[in-house]
Design a protein around this ligand. Structure first.
Ligand code: CAA
Length: 258
């Protein structure tokens, strides 16, 4: 499939999606997000792919929702088109692990897009922010919900109410970012990490992701019950037997994703 606003590549078992609207700093319009959704559909249904990386350019992961496209919207336009929900939520429903590799600006919808991924690896150049308030609007792709869960209410309030940007170090200290790399190494290191995740058993990785995500939607007891039942079900996998036998026989495991 050919795309205009993104570039897709495969690196071994990793699917790489590069946001590519350089003139607009990867501002997210419907077309870009539709293409991103299609690329995720493709990688998700491809059994050769075990992990997905989403990245942008050195200057911007994404500078937010496209302000030009939004400026003319009325309530009924947004409501009827189900703006945001219709296509952005595809990232949320992806069952394979997804890493955001963020260099430069991740602002507004760009920060929210990164937060929809399972984890964020940042370049030391990264800047995160929810500056919507400066435009007379508010975060609309999950910023007011995912930020407090990721970095605390105080920091989320600070970012959303002041519109101030935080750098990679502050984002890492606050828990938004899992790892920081020098900008020149961000992509290669992220691909390396993705490759290492992708060589594990895919159903196990999917169940771990599902179980961690469940913790945000349930009480501790319900979450632990969900985890316990998933853990029990993993005993049915060939990969479970393979991983343990390989350890006991002091050899590397060969997972078959079943
Ligand atoms: N939408 C559309 N175009 C954008 C854009 C956006 N979010 N962000 C940047 N651009 C465009 C600029 O208009 C500019 O285009 P022209 O060259 O045609 O003028 C081009 O990208 C380069 O931008 P700048 O010249 O502004 O670059 P800079 O280096 O001086 O500043 C920046 C970079 C700080 C990221 C600045 O562009 C900026 O503040 N962008 C807007 C960020 C923002 O407010 N994002 C939130 C959007 S609302 C939202 O996302 C809602 C939601 O929750 C879903």
């Amino acid at each position: 499939m050919s795309f205009e606003n993104i570039i897709t590549e495969t690196h071994g078992r990793v699917g790489l999606i590069t946001l590519n609207r350089p003139k607009q700093l990867n501002a997210l319009n419907d077309q870009l997000v539709d293409e991103l959704s299609s690329a995720l559909d493709g990688f998700e249904s491809d059994e050769r792919i075990g992990c997905i990386v989403i990245t942008g350019s050195d200057k911007a992961f994404a500078a937010g929702a496209d302000i030009g496209a939004m400026s003319g919207l009325g309530f009924m336009d947004a409501y009827k088109a189900d703006y945001i929900t219709r296509n952005w939520e595809r990232i949320k429903t992806c069952r394979k692990p997804v890493i955001a590799a963020v260099a430069g600006f991740a602002l507004g919808g760009g920060c929210e897009l990164a937060m929809m991924c399972d984890m964020i690896f940042a370049a030391d150049s990264a800047k995160f922010g929810q500056p919507e308030i400066k435009l007379g609007t508010m975060p609309g792709a999950g910023g007011t919900q995912r930020l407090p869960r990721a970095i605390s209410k105080a920091k989320a309030m600070d970012m959303c109410l002041s519109g101030r940007l935080i750098d990679a170090d502050e984002a890492e200290r606050a828990g938004l970012v899992a790892r920081i790399y020098p900008a020149s190494e961000l992509l290669s290191e992220t691909l390396k990490a993705a490759q290492s995740i992708a060589q594990f058993s895919l159903p196990v990785a999917m169940m771990i992701k599902e179980s961690i995500n469940r913790s945000f939607e349930s009480s501790l007891n319900e979450g632990i019950l969900f985890e316990r039942r998933s853990f029990h079900s993993i005993f049915a996998l060939d990969d479970n037997k393979e991983g343990m036998n390989a350890f006991l026989n002091k050899r590397p495991p060969v997972f078959k994703n079943q």
